[in-house]
Design a protein around this ligand. Structure first.
Ligand code: GTP
Length: 603
């Protein structure tokens, strides 16, 4: 397809403003699906339906052919982008593959905080942004007010925003015309050596690893020998194609086009998002700019609640990794929790997604230890070892404190958008978390705050706090800005004088006491009484910084049974036995599984 007839775009929308419905409408209007297929459910985000049709779950890009009012038939590539900060790099590559975006705003809800971060990213990629005011069929729709808001809050001209109802099928033709007329065609040189960007990849049981590409220069042909420049590997392209959304095989992808290739690659880990694919025989002189190796930044332990599930957990993690090379896992053992895995993730949401999938899709019951970041430790020499620098992923592996010369921790720069009325508490939250304020400006009725924060402080429920303090209106975005030295110490939690490895954590000395106090108070509530007194302590080195005591109790469950009823008595005893099965014997203290989970949940 000639460049002037290609349009590559994505859709930006707040959750529920109608992104999927609009995407389905565009597919329907251009003949990619029949009305009957469409009424079966949303195409872009319905796993079951996608599986039924034999198209891939991650069909992220759909190619549409649209004959416009100028009589020309255009190739439209609609790219879906993941919507969260943890996948910021993937998002940035998807955006780099497009020249424009539709900004979908609900006519009754208006612009919402979360939309802002995405719009700004899109603007940074020099996208032409077409505002679409959706749901104009609703009685509460106020398109003029929303237009004014788009202009005031985002600073985009909304005078020729398209008014639409994705549900009722209103304005769909106008959206298609706007894509063709307002979004610029891609640029590229057909005669230059091949340069294509690896936008995304996933594992498909039938096709193997499928790679989504955007060709910049040259042509990507079936049967060609290509080189992945960052990975340094060469592969033979055995399939080239696109999704309509059904798979269509093609002979080639020309400059400006988006499509997929397969090359008998077995593992997603061999394909790196942002890599440059070039011709092995006539390679490009330089790779595309912006390649970044993504590294896990948040680590935690995942343990099966039932020790018998250990192998099942290993298998499940292996399966998930087939499709997600950005998380890592290795075996770990804990006195409190038994055998499990130390896992690394791109961020907290990524952690939650994997955890959720293990529980839902693989039916595993798991305990997650407190998330930790990667610390760089500079150690002095000791009798047996030279001075060295190590990376610590697990607080339980903390080296001898006497050998620690200094510890560096990762820092981030966070951008927060929040309506004015919630600003105060959020500034305090950032301040309490050792944040350094860099900037505070107003965009419309919203504040945009920039803070430098230690990542360590953000992995502990920062995001949840931010959301609850702002009634869900604050949006949060961050990127790493390197490591800085910090006054960090390992805090141990001792139950009945014994340290519980799964509960130890690395904290800043300044916040250690508050966090230690919180932890022992919670544990006091969570650990049942025993026949003896149980001290619960938080300690740094040998020094106790917080302490609670669980007083002794005679636990006689059958005492409630007023003699007689034998069945009731037996039932109670059985219940107690079951309860015991879920206990972890800790020294002479039994700690119920839930106590760990609850204690860990709060951080
Ligand atoms: P996520 O997939 O959760 O990100 O949401 P989304 O932005 O893709 O929104 P989706 O298309 O799932 O639509 C959200 C809800 O709004 C659904 O119940 C749709 O039926 C409804 N909806 C979408 N477009 C319209 C519209 O034009 N008018 C009305 N009344 N409802 C709409």
């Amino acid at each position: 397809t000639p460049l002037k007839l290609i349009r590559n775009f994505s859709i930006i929308a707040h959750i529920d403003h109608g992104k999927s419905t609009l995407a389905d409408r565009l597919i329907l209007a251009t003949g990619g699906l029949s009305e009957r297929e469409m009424t079966h459910g949303q195409v872009l985000d319905n796993m079951e339906i996608e599986q039924e049709r034999g198209i891939t779950i991650k069909a992220q890009t759909v190619r549409l052919n649209y004959t416009a009012s100028d009589g020309e038939t255009y190739e439209l590539n609609l790219m879906d982008t993941p919507g969260h900060v943890d996948f910021a790099y993937e998002v940035s590559r998807s955006l780099a593959a497009c020249e424009g975006a539709l900004l979908v705003v609900d006519a009754a809800q208006g612009v919402e905080a979360q939309t802002l971060a995405n719009v700004y990213q899109s603007i940074e990629h020099d996208h032409e942004i077409v505002p679409v005011i959706n749901k104009i069929d609703l009685p509460a729709a106020e398109p003029d007010k929303v237009k004014a808001e788009i202009e005031e809050v985002i600073g985009l001209d909304a005078s020729d925003a398209v008014l639409a109802s994705a549900k009722a099928g209103i304005g769909i033709g106008e959206v298609l015309e706007a894509i063709v007329q307002r979004i610029p065609p891609p640029k590229g040189d057909a005669d230059a050596p091949l340069k294509a960007m690896l936008v995304d990849s996933w594992y498909d049981p039938y096709l193997g690893v499928v790679i989504l590409v955007r060709v910049i220069d040259g042509t990507l042909r079936k049967g060609a020998q290509v080189k992945f420049m960052a990975a340094g590997t060469t592969h033979l392209i055995d399939r080239v194609g696109c999704f309509r959304p059904k798979i269509e095989q093609l002979n080639e992808l020309g400059p400006g086009e988006i499509g997929f290739i397969t090359a008998q690659i077995k593992e997603v880990a061999q394909t790196r998002v942002g890599d440059t694919i070039t011709d092995a025989r006539r390679p490009a002189a330089e790779a595309l700019p912006g390649f970044k190796e993504v590294q896990p930044v948040v680590f935690c332990g995942l343990f099966p609640t039932d020790a018998a599930d250990f192998e099942k957990l290993r298998e499940s993690l292996g399966k998930l990794r087939l499709n997600d090379a950005s998380f890592s896992f290795e075996t770990e053992s804990s006195a409190a929790l038994g055998f499990g895995f130390r896992c690394g993730f791109l961020g907290l949401l990524h952690l939650e997604i994997i955890q959720e999938r293990l529980m839902r899709e693989y039916d595993l019951d798991l305990i997650t230890t407190a998330p930790s970041v990667v610390y760089t430790m500079h150690l002095s020499h000791s009798k047996n070892e030279d001075a060295q620098t190590i990376e610590l992923h697990n607080p339980a592996d903390m080296p001898d404190p006497n050998r620690i010369e200094s510890i560096e921790e990762p820092w981030i720069e966070a951008t927060i958008y929040v309506p004015d009325e919630y600003l105060g508490p959020i500034l305090k939250l950032c301040q309490d978390r050792r944040g350094i304020q860099k900037n505070l400006t107003y965009v419309g009725g919203r504040a945009q705050i920039t803070y430098e924060l230690p990542l360590n402080e953000v992995v502990f429920d920062f995001y949840d706090r931010l959301k609850s303090m702002s009634k869900g209106y604050a949006s949060f975005d961050y990127h790493q800005i390197g490591t800085r030295e910090g006054d960090l110490v390992k805090m141990s939690i001792l139950v009945n004088e014994e340290p519980v490895d799964a509960l130890s954590m690395i904290v800043h000395r300044g916040t250690a006491e508050a966090r230690g106090r919180g932890m022992v108070e919670r544990l006091k509530e969570l650990i049942p009484r025993h026949l003896f007194k149980i001290p619960i302590q938080a300690a740094i080195g040998g020094k106790v910084i917080a302490r609670e005591t669980i007083s002794a109790m005679r636990k006689d469950v059958t005492a409630k049974c007023y003699g007689g009823d034998a069945t009731r008595k037996r039932k109670l005893l059985e219940k107690q036995k079951k309860g015991k099965a879920k206990m972890r014997e800790y020294g002479s203290v039994s700690i119920p599984q839930e106590a760990f989970i609850a204690a860990l949940r709060m951080g």
